[in-house]
Design a protein around this ligand. Structure first.
Ligand code: DI6
Ligand code: FE
Length: 396
């Protein structure tokens, strides 16, 4: 297939949108065979079936590299209680908080979890997402963690989207468990091994925070992951700085996520380890945080920044990658180029999927066609979806 009469946003490198005015993309199977200006099209591709895109904008498809889309129930009632003045204690007494999501997730069948997750995934697909990461972490016991990961795998069987799973057993200490160390050693790590034995784990994540696990506990989970040959990533420095970013760098993590409280030294460590900083404005917005991530330090040290929805029922009930891009620009002063790279090439890097996210020969043919004339429009408009069509693995 030959896509013609397109305005290409190639993102061939990180310095510019890589715009090509009268552009053509030749697709062969699931891959991009050639991309460039119409006048340079090699003869070999001239015979392919032509799809005239009417001058529309073409970008790499979007990638959401940090989501918790599989969970039971929702927390709208808790949201309402809080806005009516209830304290955290009252919310907890009314059965709210992460504990309520764990109970609802344990109680739900695989079919029910899948049906719920698909409502969120479909919203993402409608904005041009072709690859999502999905975490466990609302089970906190062996049976439910594995159930969540099976549902995550199922998503890619019933929708035209790719899924990368992350084991997040170290998300919270389950209710009724007094000893976080015992949970890590006796439940979390054995569950990781069981999930990996079933082929359910692509990476291992943790929540390194005062209200969750410290660096010593996460280090034990990471050591177990490395032994299994699995890459690691971390929720780090979201609400405070307790050394999670440095730990992620030390383990050569794919990404350090949130990083609002990261320092210049943390940025330098991420640069040295080739770790992506994943920026999550949805949680910052929902929690009405005031500490912004050190975007300029990431720029200065050359740390690639990805951008994701963090879709979860508590701190970021967000399913729109386009709104996420707008938030990153308005709240954190990221540029529209950084926002688009964050949802494409840099998100791919955060998942170890460098075969996609840019319009270059040899890359996966996952592309979006937009009713837009300049890529900055994708970040600029609010509550607007200009997606015209989505190409997944070379098919419209
Ligand atoms: N970071 C967060 O903000 C949450 N989890 C995480 O790792 C919140 C999860 C929840 O409240 O359900
Ligand atoms: Fe998260």
């Amino acid at each position: 297939m030959l896509l013609t009469n397109a305005q290409l946003v190639t993102l061939q490198n990180d310095d510019s949108f890589g715009l090509i005015g009268d552009g053509v993309v030749a697709l062969e199977g699931a891959k991009i065979a050639w991309a460039g200006g119409a006048s340079d099209l090699p003869d070999a591709y001239r015979g392919l079936e032509i799809h005239d895109l009417g001058g529309r904008l073409v970008t790499p498809a979007l990638i959401d590299c940090h989501t918790h889309v599989v969970f039971g129930g929702n927390r709208a009632a808790e949201f309402e209680l809080r806005l009516n003045g209830a304290s955290y204690e009252q919310v907890a007494k009314a059965g709210g908080g992460i504990v309520s999501t764990v109970s609802a997730t344990r109680a739900a069948s695989e079919d029910a979890l899948l049906a719920d997750a698909l409502t969120r995934v479909d919203a993402m697909i409608s904005e041009g997402v072709t690859l999502i990461e999905v975490k466990s972490g609302y089970g906190l016991d062996r049976e439910t963690e594995l159930k969540m990961l099976r549902v995550a795998r199922q998503i890619a069987k019933v929708r035209p989207i790719n899924v990368r799973t992350s084991f997040l057993g170290a998300h919270a200490v389950p209710a009724g468990c007094a000893d976080a160390d015992a949970y890590i050693d006796d439940v979390c790590i054995p569950t990781l091994r069981a999930a990996n034995a079933e082929g359910l784990v692509d990476a291992v994540d943790g929540f390194c925070e005062g209200i969750a696990f410290d660096t010593a506990q996460i280090a034990r989970v990471f050591a177990a992951a490395i032994k299994l040959g699995l890459p690691v990533k971390l929720h780090a420095e979201q609400l405070s700085n307790i050394g999670g970013t440095q730990l992620a760098a030390k383990f050569g993590a794919l990404s350090a996520d949130h990083v609002e409280y990261a320092t210049d030294a943390d940025a330098s460590a991420l640069a040295a380890s080739g770790t992506v900083a994943v920026i999550l404005p949805g949680a910052f917005y929902t929690l009405r945080e005031t500490q912004s991530p050190p975007i300029q330090a990431f720029r200065d040290h050359g740390v690639p920044m990805a951008l994701a929805t963090d879709c979860n029922p508590g701190s970021s009930p967000l399913t729109s990658p386009l709104l996420t891009m707008n938030m990153a620009c308005t709240l954190f002063r990221m540029t529209p180029l950084e926002a688009l790279l964050g949802m494409t090439a840099h998100a791919a890097q955060a998942l170890g999927a460098q075969d996609r996210g840019r319009i270059v020969a040899g890359a996966r043919a996952d592309l979006n066609v937009w009713d837009a004339s300049h890529p900055a429009e994708l970040s600029y408009r609010i509550g607007f979806n200009p997606l015209h069509s989505r190409i997944f693995k070379g098919s419209l």
